[in-house]
Design a protein around this ligand. Structure first.
Ligand code: HPA
Length: 278
């Protein structure tokens, strides 16, 4: 797998003019950030050696590199999920490639179900912490020492300073914002009322089928991570409503415009990190 990551990175280095400082992975219906960028290059995943291809509705499957808010950024517009049958290593492949390209920040967006009864459909939630309920971990297997250590510390996956910065950005952009804990499951089935009750009892504010694997790999390779979810539907155990993928995509697309605006503001405020390949 390491050889594949290196080959893909070498390919992308030959295609991308400037070293990206910021990497982003976008979720269902949330690719509108690319519309705000000055694009240097846009590549379909199928044209990138070793890149998996996303098979899900609402996920575009393109890698876009360029500038946003004066910063060099690379966006994976469309991600890979465990429920598609990808291994945890494949799911985090783009994170490791972006790290090897020299990225220092990992920005993650995702659609999620709301568990906190104060949340409403369409809300944006900054992830303050996560609960990995996927039953697996992308770091299982021989440790890839080039990226990081065997037992990475997980005490602040989502850096508190970056959470404050994201909140400030939301205030300045007059975008209302929530914050809370994200529970990551494999899916693809949605949650039963009993599972929903359980997730709330263990402290989750939102639930989704992505993000946790990517964040774990991001911590492993020492990236600074910000995660923001769009709450696309509300799951309350005592009055569960039926949820459809169409509803999730529609809400994500509408809220995605607001999220793209927020990302642009956040990016403009990110402290500049040392660049260069690791
Ligand atoms: N559950 C899990 N994942 C999701 C949901 C949900 O209700 N909504 C969007 N992604």
């Amino acid at each position: 797998m390491l050889e594949k990551i290196k080959k893909t990175t070498t390919f992308l280095v030959s295609k991308i003019k400037d070293t990206p400082e910021i990497g982003m992975i976008t979720g269902t219906g949330l690719g509108s950030i690319a519309e705000k960028m000055t694009i240097d290059i846009r590549l379909s995943y199928k044209d990138i050696p070793n890149f998996p291809v996303s098979t899900v509705e609402g996920h575009r499957g393109t890698l876009v590199a360029g500038r946003l808010a004066g910063r060099q950024i690379i966006v994976c517009d469309g991600r890979f999920h465990l429920y598609e049958g990808y291994s945890p290593l494949e799911v985090v492949f783009p994170v490791r490639v972006m790290s090897m390209l020299g990225v220092r920040y990992l920005l993650i967006s995702s659609a999620a179900g709301g568990l906190n009864p104060q949340f409403e459909s369409g809300d944006l939630m900054i992830i303050t912490d996560h609960i990995n309920l996927t039953g697996t971990n992308p770091l299982i297997g021989p440790n890839m020492d080039v990226f990081g250590i065997r037992f990475p510390d997980m005490s602040s996956v989502y850096d508190p300073r970056l959470i404050s910065l994201a909140r400030e950005a939301a205030v300045e952009s007059r975008i209302s914002i929530r914050q809370g804990i994200y529970a990551g499951l494999t899916g693809p089935s949605l949650e039963t009322p009993a599972e929903t009750r359980f997730l709330r009892i263990i402290g989750a504010d939102s639930v989704g089928m992505s993000t946790v694997s990517e964040s774990i790999a991001g911590v492993h390779c020492n990236l600074k991570i910000i995660g923001i979810v769009v709450v696309t539907n509300i799951n309350l155990p005592d009055c569960m409503q039926k949820t459809s993928i169409e509803e999730i995509i529609n809400t994500a697309e509408t809220a995605g415009q607001r999220l793209a605006e927020l990302w642009e503001k956040i990016i403009s405020k990110l402290p500049v990190q040392g660049l260069g390949n690791k």
